[in-house]
Design a protein around this ligand. Structure first.
Ligand code: PLP
Length: 403
């Protein structure tokens, strides 16, 4: 096959798997040959509201006509209203009486990048603790804390990062406490964690680990950065995954579902304690497309859905059905060892290599595969019937390929 004239991401260019698309509708891609493919991972985990979501699209259209571009210095109604609504949904009341503050970005990597910059500047410390089984983005700073294979060719840039064990290998945080003591707590700016991880296996840290991490953070005045780029905006059930664990993060990174993927966008939330520092100190962070009006418009659509009781009830019904179908899959196939799931996010473990990506595509399913795992994240606007149909097709692929 002749390589394209543009790069394909995360792949050697010759022989990379691709799909020729003509369009997309609801929870499906429409291929050039007319075939419909179920978007079982909400594309790259951003298309939470489907490909043709009217409440998001109409707001973008209106904003495109009204004011499509804005200076980072611009203050306007949409920016103020959406920021206030986002703070409502984050629901992180502060001891000081405020609700924290938002910094806007254009991607998840930039959200992480700016969270790291702010954490290091605010604390005056340089080291950041991060997990090995993690992904925080592809830019240099975000990559320096990412631990999975995607950073491996660029390891030289991980200076300033100290790795801590996976939560399930250190449920009481004892090994992490030792690492902090050896490193010197006074040198550590922050710990960055995907609250619930994504393609690295939907790892759900036990409560005991969060308690230990919280205690260590308070003891050594280390900031907690929750990376909610993938898990935020309802993906794991509640609006944010930190709401499962009653956490009090100092910074929260957001992207992907923040606009349902309709506009490249992201944000960082910071606590009042951090925000107030910059009342009289220069915040040396910024982007040309800061607070982009089209991103804000799409976010307004997303927030309207997440706050719509009818939408939330439908989503909860789908979450329950998803969990049930995952259980049935385990029962149907010996080679499926189990699954981890919260909300509409799941990792399915196989006892051997799962079927090839192309086999799923041929069966009308768009999925993400990682090692011996299949990662699923259906769009929130799917129906129970369509989800059940997708699981039936999935079960057939497993049977035909592995049994
Ligand atoms: C948890 C997490 N953080 C950060 C990122 C980086 O986001 P982006 O690809 O938008 O830069 C990703 C992307 O997959 C992610 O899953």
């Amino acid at each position: 096959m002749v390589p394209e004239e543009y790069f394909l991401t995360w792949n050697q260019q010759v022989g990379a798997v691709t799909m020729a698309v003509a369009g997309a509708e609801g929870d499906e891609f429409v291929l050039e040959n007319g075939k419909r493919v179920y978007d079982f991972t909400s594309t790259s985990f951003q298309t939470s509201f489907g490909h043709t979501c009217e409440p998001i699209r109409s707001r973008i259209h209106q904003q495109l006509d009204a004011m499509p571009i804005a200076s980072p210095k611009a203050i306007f109604g949409l920016k103020q209203q959406v920021s206030s609504d986002l703070l409502d949904v984050l629901d992180l009341p502060q001891v000081e009486g405020g609700r924290g503050k938002i910094f806007y970005t254009v991607s998840g990597s930039e959200a992480v990048e700016n969270a790291l910059k702010i954490a290091r500047h605010f604390t005056g410390r340089q080291i950041v603790l991060a997990r090995k089984a993690s992904y925080h983005g592809a830019s240099l700073g975000a990559m320096s804390v990412s631990g999975d294979w995607r950073s491996d060719p660029h390891v030289n840039f991980s200076a300033g990062t100290v790795r801590i064990p996976e939560p399930h290998d250190d449920p009481l945080g004892l090994a992490t406490a030792d690492i902090i003591r050896e490193t010197g707590g006074e040198k550590i700016a922050a710990i960055i964690v995907e609250t619930i991880s994504g393609v690295n296996g939907v790892a759900i840290p036990p409560l005991s680990w969060w308690e230990a991490i919280g205690k260590l953070c308070r003891e050594h005045r280390i900031l907690l950065i929750c990376d909610e780029v993938l898990s935020g905006f309802g993906r794991t059930g509640p609006a944010f995954a930190f709401q499962h664990f009653d956490l009090h993060p100092d910074l929260v990174c957001m992207s992907k579902g923040i606009t349902g993927g309709y506009v490249p966008f992201g944000a960082v939330w910071v606590s009042d304690r951090i925000g107030e520092q910059y009342n009289d100190d220069v915040l040396a962070c910024g982007l040309t497309n800061y607070g982009h009006p089209l991103g804000l418009a799409a976010l307004a659509g997303v927030l309207s859905l997440l706050r719509d009781p009818e939408f939330c009830v439908k989503k909860q019904t789908l979450e329950t059905r998803f969990c049930g179908l995952l259980g049935e899959l385990v029962e149907q196939h010996q080679c499926v060892k189990g699954f981890r799931n919260r909300g509409l996010l799941a990792a399915i473990d196989f006892d051997r290599s799962p079927p090839a990506w192309q086999a799923f595509l041929d069966a009308g399913l768009y999925v993400v595969l990682r090692d011996h795992m299949l990662i699923l994240a259906p769009p929130f606007i799917s129906t129970s019937a369509r989800l059940a149909e997708a699981f039936q097709a999935l079960s057939k692929v497993v049977k035909d390929s592995l049994e």
